[in-house]
Design a protein around this ligand. Structure first.
Ligand SMILES: Cc1cc2nc3c(=O)[nH]c(=O)nc-3n(C[C@H](O)[C@H](O)[C@H](O)COP(=O)(O)OP(=O)(O)OC[C@H]3O[C@@H](n4cnc5c(N)ncnc54)[C@H](O)[C@@H]3O)c2cc1C
Length: 319
């Protein structure tokens, strides 16, 4: 119930206007968001790189409603690519397609995506297309396929284990040896499209992990790049100890090279586990979001773990 309400709030304009005005909310969001400026995000990335963790930078933004904002969002992404280059970071970039105009205008959107991919290719940087709610799954996969068919190879997608369709989507993506980030899924979806029970999502995550590893094997285990920018085919985005244990066991049993798999986690969550995996010799990448459009991202992090509400409220008390 509470998670659903928080996801509802994450999309409600009135709640956004109210909550983002609270300094206390902004302070609480800082647990999950590196800062509002590019400099703050770069500093966070540098610190992570320093301890052997690669990074994905995300300039926050989604559901852009007009052409001007869509073009500005694409320009922000391109300037972030320049910063990664200038700072020689072990980092790549995530974008949301609704951020660069998917819901505004097809031509504006494709022109933005093309510009980003061209600039990223010039800089040798990989672009991950984040996955949004299920109304955009098919359009996101189609945009990916369009980009690959247009000659871009420096991009990959995200598959959500809570969706029933994901097994078929992975089959479809296997044909292009697609680099996939596998996650559980962060939106509120109806039972007609997604497993309502966490147990089923977890089981599906493990099944999809095996499927993705098979694809990687069939594609000859493409490795992560040495500069920490291009991930392998298999990126497992979870903080769930059981899923991570399952992955380690599978890698051992099947003698899968360690650099053919990357674990991914979110900034501000389980830093201890991030560093422990690096010490064990696994590849680790942390997703570092930044910018002033942090509200929906922050609300999804609260929804994932109702205990975070207490963390938020404790900021009120301290406030
Ligand atoms: C790198 C990365 C990229 C992602 N990209 C996408 C995407 O493109 N689209 C999408 O829909 N979702 C995305 N997600 C979010 C994902 O779908 C899940 O909602 C989120 O990762 C929580 O699921 P979990 O696998 O960690 O498992 P859970 O079972 O939810 O959590 C396992 C454990 O992780 C810790 N944990 C998890 N979430 C939190 C939290 N918010 N606060 C504090 N502790 C927490 C807790 O210790 C918890 O017990 C991404 C996640 C990661 C790590």
């Amino acid at each position: 119930m509470l998670p659903n309400f928080l996801i509802y709030l994450s999309k409600a304009k009135w709640a956004q206007e109210m909550i983002t005005r609270w300094g206390i909310a902004r302070r609480a969001a800082r647990r999950f968001v590196a800062g509002e400026t590019t400099q703050e995000a770069i500093a966070a990335a540098r610190m992570l790189n320093h301890v052997g963790i690669d990074v994905t930078l995300d300039h926050l933004g989604e559901n852009t409603t007009n052409q001007g904002d869509a073009v500005r969002s694409a320009e922000e992404v391109m300037s972030m690519l320049d910063q990664i280059q200038a700072e020689k970071l072990r980092a790549n970039v995530s974008i949301k397609l609704s951020q660069i105009g998917l819901l505004v205008d097809h031509q504006v959107f494709t022109s933005n995506l093309k510009k980003i991919l061209e600039h990223a290719a010039d800089c040798g940087i990989f672009i991950r297309l984040d996955m949004e709610d299920s109304s955009l799954t098919e359009r996101t996969l189609q945009a990916y396929e369009w980009a690959r068919d247009s000659g871009f190879s420096n991009l990959g997608v995200v598959i959500q284990a809570y969706l029933y369709r994901s097994e078929q989507d992975l089959d479809r993506l296997a044909a292009r040896c697609t680099r996939v980030r596998l996650c559980k899924g962060a939106y509120r979806e109806p039972a007609s499209v997604a497993f309502p029970q966490k147990k089923d999502v977890d089981e599906n995550f493990d099944r999809l992990m095996e499927q993705l590893l098979e694809t990687s094997q069939a594609c000859d285990f493409p490795r992560a790049s040495e500069d920490g920018r291009t991930p392998p085919i298999v990126a497992l985005a979870t903080h769930d100890l059981q899923r991570i244990a399952f992955a380690k066991d599978l890698m051992n049993r099947k003698s899968i090279p360690r650099d053919a798999v990357e674990f991914q986690m979110l900034y501000g969550i389980r830093r201890d586990l991030q560093e422990a995996l690096v010490k064990e010799g696994y590849r680790m990448r942390v997703y570092v979001p930044y910018g002033n459009r942090w509200y929906p991202y922050f609300m999804r992090r609260l929804a994932e773990r109702p205990a975070n509400i207490w963390f938020f409220l404790s900021n009120f008390v301290k406030g």
